[in-house]
Design a protein around this ligand. Structure first.
Ligand SMILES: [Zn+2]
Length: 358
């Protein structure tokens, strides 16, 4: 896993090659088109129809609802909680953007359909010509990456931002896996360091799975504090990455709503006393939901809304900009639950989607 950590992040810039790499990274970030000004009439809810993956019926072979992102927005609009015109449409991350964290050799490995099939866990994708994989799978993911990278800018301006996609927390600079092809979380933080001139970021990763991607990327980087609450009995069993979690909260299979929320309350209290972030990146996977075949936890839909409310309260009460990513949880029911949670945040005045929630 040596390629997964860049020398610039794992040690002080002492050697000239390290500082060269850091200079190149900085110049790539500053040249990027992903940070653009958004008119004040927009709401910091980020989504584009190019997020969605659907092709040749193959998405039906995957146990995932690959149109989750479109359906979340659909519910928010049909419920009158969000105006379609107010949604922020991000740009697609370019190769230069991806090179900020990924190696050239990792990006080249995606030109092999079998590799992509392995990373996204859809074996038939291995049989498709790479141009189709590029267009129908990789490009949607890159659009979601563009959304995650833009989110901290909007959060800094408006206090919060929600990327309706993203949260690919199993991918590090050198390695993809578990449906995660690009390391959007690491990227958005590296961009925020440069563009927003900040140096303390807290990742609150509440997806059911351990966020081994960002953990490997920020292994020895003291600028990033990682609170990860995950089920240790499921994928990815990444024991190396576990060493890099600042605050580890393990929740065993079968953990119920009350137990889960109690642990979260305690965890947030500890996190708040240990670290004073200038940005919170909240990976809000909903695979903690009761019945999720992958997460194996037993949190109710109301419990998920409650969880999101606690994290938003944590950040908003301290005036820390917060970015939320939807990450894992791909049963048919998840889109509705995420939309309901956003509507709850709006009712509690923790976010403002431009329409008065009652
Ligand atoms: Zn997950």
């Amino acid at each position: 896993m040596s390629t997964s950590r860049s020398p610039a992040m794992s040690s002080p810039a002492s050697s000239s090659s390290t500082s060269d790499a850091e200079t190149l990274r900085r110049s790539r970030i500053l040249k990027s088109k992903l940070y653009f000004d958004v008119p004040p009439s927009k709401v910091p809810v980020i989504y584009s129809s190019s997020y969605d993956i659907a092709f040749l019926g193959m998405e039906k072979l995957h146990p995932f609802d690959s149109s989750k992102w479109r359906r979340i927005c659909g519910f928010l609009i049909s419920d009158g909680a969000l105006d379609k015109k107010c949604i922020v449409e991000p740009r697609e991350a370019s190769k230069d953007d991806l090179l900020v964290i990924h190696s050239e050799s990792y990006l080249n490995s995606l030109k092999n359909s079998a590799n992509v099939a392995r990373i996204i866990e859809v074996p038939p994708v291995a049989l498709l010509p790479n141009c189709l994989v590029e267009q129908k799978v990789l490009s949607p993911f890159r659009n979601q990456v563009g959304g995650t990278i833009l989110a901290p800018k909007l959060a800094k301006e408006q206090g919060w931002a929600i990327n309706v996609g993203g949260g690919f927390h199993h991918c590090s600079g050198g390695k993809g896996g578990g449906f995660c092809v690009y390391a959007d979380i690491s990227l958005c933080i590296l961009y925020a360091f440069v563009w927003l001139n900040i140096s303390r970021v807290m990742i609150i990763d509440l997806d059911a799975h351990q966020g081994n991607g960002h953990e490997l990327d920020f292994a020895d980087d003291r600028r990033v504090y990682i609170l990860d609450m995950y089920n240790p009995g499921i994928y990815p069993f990444d024991y190396e990455a576990r060493r890099y979690i600042d605050q580890k909260v393990e929740v065993a299979s079968g953990t119920t709503t009350n137990e889960y929320l109690k642990k979260l309350d305690e965890a947030l209290k500890v996190a708040g006393s240990k670290f004073d972030p200038e940005l919170v990146v909240y990976n809000a996977g909903t695979d903690i939901l009761d019945g999720d075949p992958l997460g194996r936890l037993k949190v109710s839909p109301d419990g998920i809304a409650n969880r999101d409310e606690k994290v938003f309260r944590f950040a908003r009460e301290r005036n820390i900009p917060i970015v939320m990513l939807t990450s894992g949880g791909y049963m048919k029911s998840n889109a509705r639950i995420i939309a309901d949670s956003m509507i709850n945040l709006s009712k509690k005045r923790l976010i403002d989607m431009g329409k008065n929630a009652t």
